[in-house]
Design a protein around this ligand. Sequence first.
Ligand SMILES: [Zn+2]
Ligand SMILES: [Zn+2]
Length: 260
Amino acid sequence: MKVVSLASGSKGNAYLVESEGQTLLVDCGISCRTLVERMCRTGFELASLAGVVVTHNHHDHIDGLPVLHRKLPDVPIFANLMTAEACEATNHQVKEDFFTLFENGQEFDLGPFCIHPFSIPHDVPDPVGFVVRADGKTYFHATDLGLPLKSVGMKFREADVATLESNHDVMLLKSSGRHISLIQRIMGNRGHLSNYQAAELVEEFAGKKLKKLFLAHLSQDCNEPHLALKETCEALKRIGRTDVDVEALEQFAPGRVYDA
Ligand SMILES: [Zn+2]
Ligand SMILES: [Zn+2]
């Protein structure tokens, strides 16, 4: 199983999982042109795409979907009902048969992938994270969540490779000059994980199999890669796990391809 981030952050998200020559896209919040270009740069072709799974209906996770769907109408786009309805309500290009529906907690198969969607707390209708299994490996994916819940941690514990949000540094966010209501939204229980909260989840739930951790959805104004890395690497050190490779993901460039 290979995993790579094509874009990560509030200006667009797209993550790729590969197995047996087929790829699964988690979210598509970048343009189709950027998607193709970044897949190409990381050694993948659009033709390998078996399907797309959608975490929630915020723009930075879905904006590329309508063009992608026009270009590849036979590639299924999976979402739960409330996410599908929320997308239909706000985007006239998203029609009724646009999505293939899944239910949270119900595993489904797509080519070599077994996909398990699970609930996370965020300020949209019914947001999810995913556990994806293929090649005997387990990938955990959760961005855009307000709390490091135990139910999320229990999924994280299974992972060989994981993508976890590490959105902001609390001090930088508080002194950012942003409107207080926005700061409260980001810090709220249905907002985004801080570096501290991400590290907390990692410290409590990192499983024995974990080898690679991608820190995702870093705020451009209220975070620095070295701050996110420091917080999580110190947490891993405290539990004696200096063997885990941690990488902070970028908004405007793909990450490194990890071969699990
Ligand atoms: Zn987002
Ligand atoms: Zn979001």
